[in-house]
Design a protein around this ligand. Structure first.
Ligand code: PLP
Length: 445
């Protein structure tokens, strides 16, 4: 029996079901750059980057050295009671790189989910208003606050409701499909109409604390907004005294070619959350926002015993330095443009590729069974993923049918070429009926 098979069998005896979405039997031994090595010695090009938490790649020396050096000094002392330098240095750095031309403050947590809970607390406290609005298809995390904000899967609702009160969801201004899956894209005004109706009939705008957006809906299928929507939304927020918050947990820190994905739009959110790649994969999240909002609550309203861990802080400082030293923001933009030169042709060449979209190295490939109607083909997407896996490339499908192309930003051009060759031939094989034998039952979201 292969080592990975043994390990996976053991895993199923001890690790509970809600903690993993099943794709492939990949048991990781170690990694470097954009390469993963499994426990049987097979290597893979990683196009998932641990759900975008490895933007600087696997085990980069700059980050591992920083971690080792801090571990020998002290592993942790809780910021709930005392002070330490790594926290101060990281807070200062985050205030510098986060968007927003205003005085900022930072709060730390352990995962993106808790940072989004912080948005709920801070915006409710600052405005004195109860309601939070976010988007259908959003994924904001797994705690009750971030679950209540999310609207992507019934598995995140069934059996453990009710969610927190006071949350509403509006359609995401998808620039590929229109509302309710229509092949016709809606205008900014049409996308704003449900929100305006809400304000007229059942949610008083003056009682809304905050609207939370993902600039590109990540797990929702790498959805990009129609042009001008976020700007119009911000105007609406301003006119009603509603705060605007951006969850940049997946799209931030170089994923789209910028420190923050917000920079692609003409908006200035009041609060922004980071996580995932922030500490190179160590548990860490941060809320960065306007000082007067961030200071609105009193301790211990948002603190975590092991939050702002100095090891994670040093890992984060090293991650940010590495992005700077290796010019990875530009790298993400350039490599994104490089792969798009080829992928964009797939829209013409393949019947099954309905759309290719995204920014930098945050790209979605929308697999369809009918291009005109933009009919999602989740089975085909998973078959492509399985073929890629068999040929040494790790890629998953989200939102049923969207291939999620988010490699570590350090991926080389050679690796990109290899991955694109494998991906392209998997799509060819799909279209010539060679992938029919893949059994995809039980896989995916
Ligand atoms: C946009 C977004 N927000 C929040 C989260 C939750 O982060 P975490 O799983 O670290 O709690 C995720 C995770 O996938 C995410 O993609």
């Amino acid at each position: 029996m292969k080592k990975s098979e043994q390990l996976i069998n053991q895993d199923s005896q001890y690790f509970a079901k809600p903690g993993r979405i099943k794709y492939y039997p990949l048991a990781i031994s170690h990694g470097y750059g954009a390469t993963l090595v499994d426990v049987d010695g097979n290597t893979y090009i990683d196009l998932l980057a641990s759900a975008s938490s490895q933007n600087v790649g696997h085990a980069p020396k700059q980050v591992t050295e920083a971690i080792k050096s801090q571990v020998d000094k002290f592993i942790h002392y809780t910021p709930a009671y005392m002070y330490h330098e790594p926290l101060v240095k990281l807070s200062k750095k985050l205030c510098e790189i986060a968007p927003g031309n205003y005085e900022k403050r930072v709060l730390f947590g352990l995962s993106g989910s808790d940072a989004n809970d912080g948005i709920v607390k801070l915006s409710r406290a600052y405005t004195g208003r109860p309601y939070i609005i976010s988007f259908v298809n959003a994924y904001h995390g797994s705690t009750y606050g971030s679950l209540s904000m999310s609207a992507i899967s019934l598995n995140m609702r069934k059996k453990y409701g009710p969610m927190l009160p006071g949350f509403y969801h509006i359609p995401f201004p998808d620039k590929y499909r229109g509302m309710f899956g229509s092949p016709n894209v809606n205008t900014v005004e049409e996308y704003l109409a449900p929100l305006k109706e809400m304000f007229e009939k059942y949610v008083p705008a003056e009682e809304v604390a905050c609207i939370v957006i993902e600039t590109i809906q990540g797990d929702g299928g790498l959805l990009e907004p129609v042009e001008g929507y976020f700007e119009a939304l911000q105007d609406l927020c301003k006119s009603h005294g509603i705060l605007l918050a951006v969850d940049d947990i997946q799209q931030g820190l170089g994923r789209t070619g910028k420190w923050s994905s917000v920079t692609h739009y003409n908006i200035e959110p009041d609060l922004i959350t980071f996580g995932k790649s922030l500490a190179g994969g160590l548990p860490m999240s941060a809320i960065v926002g306007r000082a007067e909002i961030m200071d609105t609550l009193d301790a211990p309203a948002h603190l975590f015993t092991t939050g702002a861990n100095p090891v994670s802080c040093e890992a984060a400082l090293a991650t940010i330095s590495m992005i700077e030293d290796e010019n990875l923001l530009q790298g993400s933009t350039d490599k994104g443009a490089y792969v798009r030169q080829r992928m964009d042709q797939w829209k013409e060449r393949f019947e099954s590729v309905g759309d290719v979209r995204g920014k930098g190295l945050s790209i979605g490939i929308d697999i369809v069974s009918d291009k005109k109607n933009k009919t999602r083909d989740g089975e085909a997407a998973l078959k492509i993923c399985n073929r890629c896996f068999d040929n040494g490339v790790v890629i998953i499908a989200v939102a049923e049918n969207v291939l999620r192309f988010q490699p570590p930003l350090v991926i080389t051009y050679e690796e990109l070429d290899t991955a694109l060759n494998i991906l392209e031939s998997a799509i060819e094989d799909l279209e010539s009926g060679k992938l029919n034998d893949y059994d995809i039952a039980g896989q995916g979201w």
